[in-house]
Design a protein around this ligand. Structure first.
Ligand SMILES: Cc1cc2nc3c(=O)[nH]c(=O)nc-3n(C[C@H](O)[C@H](O)[C@H](O)COP(=O)(O)OP(=O)(O)OC[C@H]3O[C@@H](n4cnc5c(N)ncnc54)[C@H](O)[C@@H]3O)c2cc1C
Length: 447
């Protein structure tokens, strides 16, 4: 055990915690015997306080690959396995994750506990949809072999359940076959929000789609954006020079932010300049090219410690989903207008159209528009968030738990209509609330 200051990826809040690095089930059982309450933590890539608590169980050393069936593509591994390791091993063999978040520095257990989504949510749903079964260690030390047939409620409470039903030890899930490590990317330059939303609908057949939005543009330019569509490239379609490198991977992080930068470096001027350059770097209205899978899915992973650009006070990511019906586009416009007026938005504004809602009780994704933006932790940010919250609640939307560090209990309950079902399972499996987190306490999930 060691004591350390830890935080989520956003850097706030930051707390002193006792960290237990675990390698196996027996080590967890020992820690459970000695401590009343515990918080599981993978790579700490959730942004807020969901992996924070006074006593933390660190999973990344519990990282063995257990079995892989090369016919069916079913993989079994321990929950602490890092996504980057899966990519290193399986992409050269022609397999990829069915759903991947925008960073490869996450654990498989963390992906399941947050029920992460990717750029293919409209086609493939969230990660839990591809998980066949998992092993859970509960607060009293019992092991549960969980699948949808045997114990559906425990499955639906643990997927997206933010580590509150117990420790996920291992998972079995489906991988997908790929023919190269390249993505055929098409970028559409969109002049404004309506054009972008129409394009999301008309390009629904693409496997991957996501838009970068210039969140400081306003007036007739409000919502100007780049829509990035993608398909896994087949070997035969690759140009000759890429055929030689059909399954190559360059996992090096080429740049590094060495220290926390002074807060204030990111200001309206620098973000406006970045946004304009980024938008105008695409000259034509439509642009197609082959790009490495790593840069398509994980553009920010190229820069080690990029979160340090926000300085010591850190930042928040605000990610909401707004139902498409009845008036999702109108509500989205209101959100973008508030953000543009506040002049505090960042250069990382991502918009995506989700497909149908996923089954797990606390899963985030549901049919509608999801907008994700980073904001520095500074005066004025909370006031803006409250305005955004109002729009999200009015529209029947919600915030993403794995990005959240400040949502109120009432907003959580208004957005997560199945939280009651989650709490019933939690009461049964962990009546003393031994699996906990700062977030769970704030949102009344362990009341
Ligand atoms: C740059 C960046 C891009 C991202 N892009 C996306 C995206 O596109 N889509 C998306 O959905 N998310 C995205 N995320 C969020 C990220 O995928 C999730 O927060 C993920 O859960 C992080 O995994 P982790 O291993 O770091 O988990 P942690 O952050 O350590 O923990 C997250 C939650 O999982 C629980 N947990 C972790 N391991 C276990 C376990 N073994 N058993 C029980 N509970 C456990 C923790 O208690 C906590 O509640 C992004 C994050 C970053 C930093």
């Amino acid at each position: 055990m060691r004591q350390e200051l830890i935080s989520g990826w956003g850097g706030c809040p930051r707390i002193k915690a006792s960290l237990y690095e675990i390698h196996s089930k027996s080590e967890i059982s020992l820690v459970l015997e000695e401590n009343q309450s515990l918080t599981p933590r993978g790579m700490g890539r959730s942004y807020g306080d969901s992996s924070l608590g006074p006593k933390v169980l660190m999973t990344p050393k519990m990282n063995r690959l257990l079995s892989f069936n090369g016919e069916s593509g079913i993989l079994e591994c321990e929950a602490g396995v890092c996504l980057e390791d899966l990519i290193r091993v399986f992409v050269p063999k022609g397999w990829f994750l069915p759903v991947t978040p925008g960073t490869r520095f996450v654990t498989v257990g963390g992906m399941f506990a947050s029920d992460v989504h990717g750029k293919n949510h409209h086609k493939s749903g969230s990660f839990s949809k591809h998980v066949l079964s998992f092993t859970l260690l509960d607060a009293s030390g019992h092991l549960h072999e969980v699948d949808r047939q045997k114990n559906l409620e425990l499955f639906l409470a643990t997927a997206g359940g933010m580590g509150l039903t117990g420790m996920i030890l291992k998972l079995r899930f489906q991988m997908i076959p790929i023919k190269s490590s390249w993505i055929r990317q098409t970028v559409f330059k969109m002049k404004a929000l309506d054009e972008l939303l129409d394009h999301f609908d008309s390009t629904h057949q693409y496997t991957y789609s996501v838009a970068w939005v210039d969140c400081l543009s306003t007036g007739k330019d409000l919502g100007r954006s780049l829509l990035m569509l993608g398909e896994h490239a087949a070997f035969d379609e690759l140009p000759a020079d890429l055929k030689n490198r059909a399954v190559s991977l360059d996992l090096r992080q080429k740049l590094k932010v060495p220290v926390q930068l002074p807060s204030g470096m990111l200001n309206t001027w620098s973000i406006k300049t970045f946004n304009s350059l980024y938008y105008h770097r695409i000259r034509s209205r439509e642009n197609s090219q082959y790009v490495p899978l790593l840069s398509y899915f994980y553009p920010l992973d190229n820069i080690h410690h990029w979160n340090r650009i926000y300085g010591r006070k850190g930042f928040y990511q605000y990610q909401c989903v707004i139902p498409k019906k009845p008036d999702g586009s109108k509500q989205l416009r209101r959100l973008l207008q508030e953000i543009a007026d506040s002049k505090t938005g960042s250069f990382l504004a991502i918009l995506k159209l989700f497909g149908p809602r996923d089954e797990p009780y606390l899963s985030f994704a549901s049919e509608g528009y999801t907008l994700a933006l980073d904001f520095p932790n500074c005066s004025g940010t909370e006031a803006l968030f409250q305005k955004l919250d109002e729009i999200v609640v009015q529209s029947g939307g919600r915030l993403y738990l794995t990005k959240d560090a400040r949502m109120s209990k009432s907003m959580f309950e208004a957005g997560y209509l199945e939280s009651g079902l989650f709490k019933e399972v939690k009461r049964r499996i962990d009546p003393e609330n031994r699996f906990t987190s700062l977030q769970a306490a704030r949102l009344g999930l362990i009341a």
